[in-house]
Ligand binder design. Sequence first.
Ligand code: ZN
Length: 230
Amino acid sequence: MKLMQGLIRSSSELIVKEALALGADLVGGVDPAGLDGDMERSLQMMFDIATAADKGIDLHLHDGGEPGLATLRRFAELTMESGLQHRTAVSHAYCLGEQTESDVQPTLDMLKHAGVTLVSSVPIDRPMPRGSQVLNTGVNFMLGSDNIRDAWSPFGNGDMLQRASRMAERENWVSDDRLLGTYAWVSNGKLTPSIGDPADFMLVRALNAQHAIASVPARAAVFKKGKRIR
Ligand SMILES: [Zn+2]
């Protein structure tokens, strides 16, 4: 079993290195404790590969409870030690919503200090990092869609406006400010484009951006690189 794990580990290391050589822009990882069974070794390998290739990291973390929080703290430490501040992210991090605010605050403080971004798909079936606490701590936060109609979950649709809306509803953010705040987590944060920006945008029928986030209207048109694609 140990030998088998060793073989799997070294072959996945090779695959990740090959992917980077082919142009992958981030090193990924998933559940260093729960899935890899060796949190320290798994994280060390992620950071070794990332620093050697001068790439950032996106760690997918479902591990709950103390193993999850310990992984986040070690991830923050290694981010600092490797000089990868503002280039690493952790997706999901359910554990930050599982315990009390005061229990998870020290871990959030470390993530803030190390410039680690948190990314959430805004699940409705389990805890997630508390939006207000993340905001108050000043941790960089983004939303993602995770699965899009696949074997893992058939409920995804890649609609980031809907994720922003779900985030605001989950936190009961009903003021203009708070509704608008979620827009920055699913976009470049700009409502008015400047000359030179990539022409990736969508048009919706809404009174304003906060109305669009609250009502999630059908897209009237979607543009990618200046071309209408829908
Ligand atoms: Zn996921």
